[in-house]
Design a protein around this ligand. Sequence first.
Ligand code: GLU
Length: 461
Amino acid sequence: MSAQTVVTRIAPSPTGYMHIGTARTALFNYLYARRFGGKFLIRVEDTDRERSTQGAVDAIFEGMAWLGLAADEEPVFQHTRADRHRAVVDEMLQRGGAYRCWMTVEELEAERTVARAEGRAVRSPWRDSTLPPPDAPFVVRLKAPREGQTVLHDVVKGDIVFENSQLDDLILLRSDGAPTYNLAVVADDHDMGVTHVIRGDDHVSNGARQSLIYQALGWDLPVFAHIPLIHGPDGAKLSKRHGAQAVGEFAEMGYLPEATRNYLARLGWGHGDDELFSDEQAIAWFDIKDVVSSPARLDWDKLAHINRHYIRLADDRRLADLIIPRLLGFDALQTSRLIAVIGLVKDGAATLVELANLVAFALTATDAPLDAKTAGLLTDETKARLGRLRDTLAATDDWSVPALEALIRDFAAAEQVGIGKFGPALRGSLGKGSPAPDLASTLVTFGKDEALARLAFAVKP
Ligand code: GLU
């Protein structure tokens, strides 16, 4: 590779949400730029002014921020560059790489019919015409080669060959003076200094057309890497019925951004059998050359496994901040108890949704009514037993998990019953029927005063 600095970019179109495939493309571009000490840029392809609402643009930046993929420069908004795009078209006209075409809608229709019958692309009579230009609206077309082949050299897919007879003279500028998509992409990538175009393989044929535009302008081509799309677990194109497609949905389902990054990095790329790796490792290892050319399948179990790992690693206070919005009626006064309980239960959570369920028991009010199951367990005999347990607990000063485990064992022995005789009622009395961890941990979660208060509430006649 030359000494030229690597510049990559993500160029999302604002569609209202950020697709998980766009997120992975962004990640690959980001990793590649970091790996080679280059720059990662973002361009919002908002030329379609109808679709590009502020909300749709915000969704892109929110997705990127959530993923933790910061661009190295201010974003470029494609629609602001229309004048430059037109100037590029002028340059192509001057170089003889483009021409004005005055075909009418009817003429174009007729030519389409003939072209289809002859198995070739549409040709314009204006390409080599010496007729005086009519005083009428025109489009500008690329003067594409008619013979031979156009070969797109792709790092992931190898050489992709297009017969020039099948490539039409692409419109660069519409009759209303609006630049077209492929022209805008080439002008922008060139001006942004993009050296590597890494994007979804739904852009392969655009890649061939864009190569021709680069050539017509005498510009250096970037390296192209078209990565296979993400498919659902069943191998079909990822869609709503697979559970989620938008980055925001993954966040909503309780996946951590670092877990999502780790998981996405492994979709279509990998480092041996390594399943879990840090951002630093991904940067050190990533190469676009190692991306596989067949589509990757989303695997929810793998994602859950990876997420579980990152929840375990995550700081408890951060996890608390992340789940508080999911905890209905959360009272800020309970924050320290929440943080403590997260430390106790987080190993059991594969998502933040699960974590929120696992901590719920600790956040119930002292005098919240007991659930029906616990109420049913609290017979007079059990109430009397829990009352005696409460007295024993009140008398201890060692409120630690091992001490309380021993205390409960000794109490059961003294009562000549198994722990199963009162354990479920005790757990239900403390956590009001929400799933709670083992008894000693549950007692520690509440602390002595609160645990005794809950027991008093449960055993009162
Ligand atoms: N705007 C295109 C998209 O969202 C990407 C174009 C490109 O990366 O060149 O699919």
